[in-house]
Design a protein around this ligand. Structure first.
Ligand code: FEO
Ligand code: CA
Ligand code: CA
Ligand code: CA
Length: 591
């Protein structure tokens, strides 16, 4: 039904703010826990036993800190709403919540087996799921179920940086075969049914002295130097004193085919090397595929990639190498409301040997330096950057930037000490706010931009919040991180940082056009200590997937004495990161 004047198209009642041990959803909806850390994934996996964990078991079980979630219908290419593959990232580990007797920040006490468990708890999972009636379940022992880990999965480097001397190691003289993936944050899906997943904060995994390597400038730009994990103690490849080039093999976007459990995942070096939050795709009207991505660090950039070739809807295999050739650009936001996309191509402007770029491999490895030289606009931590399939406009989450100084503002990042973050609209020519997505030109050199909202509490003038109208007591949010669109093109924003303002993280929805544009309404709330990741819907909007990351991760909370035992609430169970599914009571579309 059309919304009345001044009204939102959303029909669910606002969920009140909370901060407690459990997750919550708006009245009229039901939460089901679908899969938790330690649940069996591949055939032969044992049940989770928190006091007797092993790396061998973890490598077959659901990993830790679920982040990105994709629902991929079965069979491939269909829009089946009730049966598919759930593809999930496992971003990082919290040893003090995973193992008994480990204090927060104590990496010294971890054994090799515990380190290997952490490595096996990183990566990615594929799980076949099915709806029976209104209840979702994992298909146990499905041959399509899969785990990828930091411990043992082999990845192939492809594109311009594959095989370059700077990617060669003692263990891999070819410079093309990498063991493991780390810090897999958000991701995306391609029109041909593959998954993209990000390697984000990879700098924190490496031991040794980066300044003593030939890559000192590169590693400094990416923040290597202080290891947050004990991996380098037991695995030479995570120690730059022993393998000085290994960090050049991380920080990429991975593409893999979830429908083929034996497929080798590829690190696509055409998409550049930085702290990828994720990458989302859109099929342009001329058949080329366009990828949008953010580099999640303070004062880093927004990127766009355009394939050289075009998508072939009739030959899935022909699309598998599309992301290996094309042009990466970085965004400059201008005072007059325009955006220029600046191509990061060897030989273009300052991207020459004189400045340290002898070829395109160098540009892709040192892409931040290339973007600096091109004059890109430093942003307030770009997290998800995602096209709305209905109106073709790209919504970019700037999560926050408390280091932004009053004398260092720019047109699109205009709040000093930005605690709450904001959402930017990146507008290709041909779009209209109320829906004209098919006419968008995602290959244009020049776009425009607008501010969708500025997060924060409108009751506190010092927050400088800006919404499309009155969001009420519970409609305000803080620190937008991940985003999804339902099939009506409404925006669903998941947050990471609410607890710093006394509210649980969760998801908020809003119209993007009409009288209630940017009037956010709270739908789902995390348990305490958690952030919310991976908003995702089934093609019929009948199910919403909520990835709850690091529940109970707050001051003083440990495995032995956690602040919540969500979602099991059993005395012998620690808090467990988990994916929950939300359905409407009695069935039907969400929202
Ligand atoms: Fe892993 Fe940018 O959040
Ligand atoms: Ca995260
Ligand atoms: Ca994130
Ligand atoms: Ca975040």
């Amino acid at each position: 039904a059309e919304a009345a004047a001044g009204e939102s198209s959303l029909t669910f009642p606002p969920l009140p703010h909370s901060y407690d041990a459990n997750s919550h959803v708006a009245d009229g909806y039901e939460i089901q826990t679908l899969i938790r850390w330690g649940d069996p994934v591949v055939a032969g996996a044992p049940e989770f036993d928190p006091m007797n964990q092993s790396a061998a078991a973890q490598a077959k079980q659901f990993g830790y800190n679920n982040d990105f979630v994709a629902f991929m219908p079965l069979p491939v290419g269909s829009k089946t709403p009730d049966h598919g593959l759930l593809c999930v990232n496992h971003e990082y580990t919290n040893p003090h919540l995973m193992f008994p007797g480990i204090a927060d920040g104590d990496i010294e006490s971890l054994s090799k087996e515990q380190v290997d468990i952490e490595m096996a708890a990183h990566g990615h999972a594929v799980v076949e799921i099915k709806r029976e009636g209104n209840t979702w379940q994992v298909v146990k022992d499905s041959p399509l179920n899969r785990r990828m880990t930091a411990l043992e999965t082999e990845f192939e480097l492809t594109g311009p940086a594959a095989g370059t001397d700077r990617a060669k190691t003692k263990a891999d003289p070819s410079g093309t075969k990498v063991i493991g993936t780390v810090n897999n944050c958000a991701g995306g899906k391609t029109p041909w049914g593959t998954i993209l997943f990000a390697e984000e904060n990879f700098h924190g995994y490496f031991w040794g002295n980066p300044e003593a390597t030939a890559e000192a400038e590169n590693y400094k730009r990416l923040g290597l130097g202080k290891a947050r994990y004990a991996w380098g103690k037991f695995h030479d490849r995570f120690n730059v004193d022993k393998e000085p080039n290994e960090p050049n093999r991380f920080g990429w976007m991975v593409e893999y085919d979830p429908y083929d459990p034996t497929s080798t995942p590829k690190k696509r070096t055409t998409l550049g090397r930085f702290k990828h939050e994720g990458a989302t795709t859109v099929l342009n009207k001329d058949g080329r595929v366009v990828v949008y991505a953010g580099d999640d660090q303070r004062f880093e950039y927004v990127y766009r990639f355009i394939t050289k070739g075009t998508y072939n809807p009739d030959d899935r295999a022909a699309n598998m190498g599309l992301l290996d050739e094309g042009t990466l650009s970085v965004a400059r936001f201008n005072e007059d409301g325009s955006i220029d996309w600046l191509p990061l191509v060897h030989g273009n402007g300052p991207l020459t040997a004189e400045n340290g770029f002898k070829d395109q491999a160098d540009v892709m490895i040192d892409v931040r330096k290339a973007a600096d030289l091109m004059g890109a606009t430093p942003m307030d931590r770009p997290e998800d950057v995602e096209p709305n399939p209905v109106n073709g406009i790209i919504y970019a989450m700037m999560t926050n930037n408390t280091k932004r100084k009053a004398d260092d503002l720019n047109v699109v990042n205009d709040r000093a000490a930005n605690r709450h973050g904001h959402v930017v609209e990146i507008i290709p020519p041909g779009t209209a706010a109320d829906g004209n997505g098919a006419e968008a030109d995602h290959t244009a050199d020049r776009y425009t931009w607008d501010i969708f909202l500025k997060a924060g509490n409108p009751a506190k003038p010092e927050d400088g919040a800006l919404y499309g109208g009155d969001v009420g007591e519970n409609g305000w949010l803080s620190c937008p991180d991940n985003v999804a669109f339902d099939s009506k093109g409404r925006i669903w924003i998941a947050t990471d940082g609410g607890p710093k303002s006394g509210i649980a993280d969760g998801v908020w929805a809003a119209d993007v056009t009409g009288p209630a544009r940017a009037v956010t309404r709270r739908f789902y709330a995390c348990p305490q200590g958690a952030e919310l990741c991976g908003p995702e819907f089934t093609p019929d909007d009948g199910a919403y997937f909520a990835a709850v990351q690091h529940p109970g991760d707050e001051k003083g909370s440990t495995f032995d004495n956690p602040s919540t035992r969500w979602p099991d609430f059993a005395d012998n169970m620690p808090p467990r990161p988990a994916v929950q599914v939300v359905v409407k009571k009695g069935g039907g579309a969400i929202g």
